[in-house]
Ligand binder design. Structure first.
Ligand code: SF4
Length: 270
């Protein structure tokens, strides 16, 4: 059986939330916070692709189509050497406006506010990035990790090559966690396991990058062999409870506050 990390996370948040979403398949709407985070991730994916020399801006894509069409008509086309766009703050903001999804906001005013907040957030990211641009080797890299016969799938936001191995960067648009929470974060342990399989270099750093319009907060950590073994055990135990259909709810103010099913759940803690 294959599980995505988001399924694992939902089960850990509250087994009943997992039951609502993945067993009873009750649809949930994308919240404004999820939509905003998705837009930021898409913008940073495009930015990473530019760093890799892969990404083309909207204008570049149009230029390419025109070239192909003219070629097909047999017209003489002087092949212009297309320089990749410069990695400037203005380019990043242009990408942001291109990636921003406004459908989920209730009013135009809220959408405009979120768009401006995202612009400021990415300006803060640019300051962080330009202070020491890392050597990116992949963005939005899919992975699957085998844990006792179960396949866990997920995606790595950004992978950078560092002196002794690789650094995995995970972007967050939430409130920063503590150092201790980063050290115990199961998602990061899974990323370290994935890194072992994807790259022939050790994962020497796991970095949570909390982005906001006020600045960037880093939470750097790493995993030892015994921590990775412990992560495998945790995943195995969660999977065993899932297959035993143990959906007992674990209500808490923090989980229920953001739960998309709080309106239909009879034990919601709010
Ligand atoms: S409202 Fe709370 S208890 Fe109910 S499913 Fe959601 S997180 Fe679980």
């Amino acid at each position: 059986m294959a599980l995505s990390y988001s399924q694992l996370r939902r089960y850990r948040t509250c087994p009943r939330q997992f039951e609502f979403s993945h067993v009873k398949k009750i649809p949930w709407g994308v919240s404004e916070g999820e939509s905003f985070g998705g837009s930021v991730h898409n913008a940073l994916k495009r930015w990473g692709e530019l760093e890799l020399g892969l990404g083309l801006g909207l204008g570049d894509r149009k230029k390419k189509k025109t070239e192909v069409r003219e070629d097909q008509l047999g017209l003489f086309v002087e092949q212009a050497v297309r320089e990749p766009p410069a990695l400037t703050e203005e380019k990043l903001i242009e990408i942001w406006h291109d990636c921003f999804v406004f459908d989920t906001y209730k009013t135009r005013l809220e959408a405009d506010f979120a768009r401006k907040r995202g612009e400021n957030l990415l300006r803060q990211f640019f300051i962080w990035w330009s202070a020491a641009p890392g050597k990116v080797i992949a963005v939005e890299k899919g992975f699957s990790v085998e844990v006792d016969g179960t396949t866990i799938t997920g995606r790595l936001d950004r992978i950078e090559q560092v002196e002794q191995g690789v650094r995995i960067v995970d972007f967050k648009t939430t409130v920063p966690c503590t150092e201790a929470q980063a050290d115990a974060n199961l998602q990061l342990s899974l990323y370290a396991l994935a890194s072992e399989q994807l790259f022939d270099k050790p994962c020497t750093e796991l970095l949570l990058l909390f982005l906001s319009d006020e600045g960037v907060v880093e939470r750097a950590t790493m995993r030892s062999a015994s921590q990775l073994k412990d992560a495998r055990t945790q995943i195995k135990l969660i999977y065993e409870r899932m297959t035993a259909k143990d959906y007992r709810p674990t209500p808490s103010a923090s989980a229920c506050k953001w739960c998309p099913y709080r309106g239909v759940c009879d034990v919601a803690a709010i």
